[in-house]
Design a protein around this ligand. Structure first.
Ligand code: F6P
Length: 324
């Protein structure tokens, strides 16, 4: 009797992240190496629903390891929020006789995968988001590149801030989580880092800190704000009005989502992509590939998405000590 050839679908979903291409390359090449057929799905779940799907081979992923973005394109897919949309996606999966769907994306994208798993699909998630806001894993593809982009931007802003003896407010990405802000803040030498996890912003305390720092001989100030806190432009206006110190706000925005991935991102993406195919071949169903305690492993999709990690404020405390 002929052995059934296994087939997987592969998509990237939600906000793109540098390193997604390295993960695509890894999934495709590992699958091909093991004789598994890979179908590349365009534009995330939208392409699954619309049937925008093509078989990939080892050469389909040539020269992409160093490229930002995702060759499969990505989208946020409103249809996946409806039962009808999810049923259409499941029907395409069945029609193609797929044995698994590999989803590279963040929280929302993997939650979509969980919903599809309830319709009988076997979904394997690979964490890809610059925000690092998937609590079940200590690393998500794209984070290191985004932080390095943010830090380099802060370095440049620091030059002009120092020359003009200004206060600079730099807003970095991170919708619900302050990891990018904390890492950019500590690596960029910020005096204050505002993250959504810390609750309400105490504007008066920030202003007092700036004034105190001036009396200590600091001639310019750097404040990093997470997107989830927001209000950078208003904060800059308030600081200038109350202290009289010239203040400028810079919102880095989507700059941090692009660019060639760092070695750290390429490394995690390559190992996670490989791991996703490996666990699939072992017969695992509905898993998320995670990085924990220095190792790449996998957890149940639903348990992983429900897992909550405590916010560790000790890194914030370090930024404060280093900013004296
Ligand atoms: O992918 C994560 C993220 O970059 C968040 O930091 C940000 O809030 C969001 O995506 C922006 O999404 P969009 O590109 O859809 O505007």
């Amino acid at each position: 009797m002929a052995v059934k050839v296994k087939k997987i679908g592969l998509l990237t979903s939600g906000g793109d992240a540098p390193g997604m291409n390295a993960a695509i390359r890894s999934v495709v090449r590992t699958a091909v190496y093991h004789g598994v057929k890979v179908f590349g799905i365009q534009r995330g779940y939208e392409g699954l629903i619309d049937g925008e799907i093509e078989e990939m081979n080892a050469r389909s992923v040539t020269d992409i390891i160093h490229r930002g973005g995702t060759i499969l394109k990505t989208a946020r897919c409103p249809a996946m929020m409806t039962a009808e949309g999810r049923e259409k996606a499941a029907a395409v999966y069945d029609a193609l006789k797929l044995d698994a769907l590999m989803v590279i994306g963040g929280n929302g994208s993997l939650s979509g995968a969980l919903e599809l798993s309830k319709l009988g699909l076997n979904c394997i998630g690979i964490p890809g988001t610059i925000d690092l806001d998937l609590d079940c894993t200590e690393y998500t593809i794209g984070f290191d590149t985004a932080v390095n982009t943010g830090m380099k931007a802060i370095n440049k802003i620091r030059d002009t801030s120092s020359s003009h003896e200004r206060c600079s407010v730099v807003e970095v990405m991170g919708r619900h989580a302050g990891f990018i802000a904390l890492w950019c803040g500590i690596s960029g030498g910020a005096e204050e880092v505002l993250v959504p996890e810390s609750g309400e912003v105490n504007r008066d305390a920030i202003i007092q800190l700036i004034m105190e720092n001036r009396t200590k001989g600091k001639s310019h100030n750097m404040i990093v704000v997470a997107e989830g806190v927001g209000g950078s432009v208003q904060l800059a206006k308030d600081i200038e009005k109350i202290t009289g110190i010239e203040t400028r706000a810079t919102i880095l925005g989507h700059l941090q989502r692009g660019g060639s991935p760092t070695a750290v991102d390429r490394y995690h993406a390559s190992v996670m992509g490989h791991e996703a195919v490996r666990v699939f071949l072992e017969g695992a169903q509905n898993r998320i590939i995670v990085y924990r305690d220095g190792k790449h492993t996998h957890v149940d999709l639903e348990e992983g998405l429900n897992y909550r990690r405590e916010y560790d404020s000790s890194i914030y405390d370090i930024t404060k000590i280093l900013a004296i």
